[in-house]
Design a binder for this molecule. Sequence first.
Ligand code: NI
Ligand code: MN
Length: 225
Amino acid sequence: MKITYYGHASLGIEVNNVTILVDPFITGNPKASHIDIDALEADYILITHAHQDHILDVEAIAKRTDAVLVSNFEIISHFEKLGLEGHPMNHGGQWDFEFGTVKYVNAIHTSSFPDGSYGGQPGGFVIEGEHKNIYIAGDTALTFDMKLIPLRTKLDLAILPIGDNFTMGIDDAIIASDFVDCDKVLGYHFDTFGYIEIDHEEAKRKFFDKDKDLMLLDIGASIEL
Ligand code: NI
Ligand code: MN
């Protein structure tokens, strides 16, 4: 499983010869100006919630690639009206896709569309594929519900928001990594705008001091699990 960071909360995942994008927000992120969305492959696009900084490039990429969208029922209904293909889910449900299993899990946040219309409840994803298991938390506070994840799934990587203000910050993310029983963390949802700028060295040191590993990737960089 290969994971690429496209800035903010945008990810690419290559698993079992399928390419998944998560929460594509690239053309609106000046820090990701070197990423060309017209060059991105996508068989599936996973969407955690309806906020603009998670859906901005969904329509453009899905129209070009015919990617299947995976999200909550309300978000899929919204995009189906725009002519896109989707697979609706809701919290606690999982589905076996061609590339592996996806479970839509709880997040504590909000989920309105940019025009204020209802975007269902926000979530995260647990993805199991190629004998690797990852948790993509989405935008969320620290929540006890995270403790449910390791009851079913031994994670190899937890992808957690660390920018604070709109989501949990570093100190809560360290507790979250305990809750999900995974000491290997990829940080996201930081530095994109002023409210969520972080000190990278301090963040990594705080994880290191708890015998945990926080990875912060350059935009466009990848890791292999
Ligand atoms: Ni959000
Ligand atoms: Mn966000």
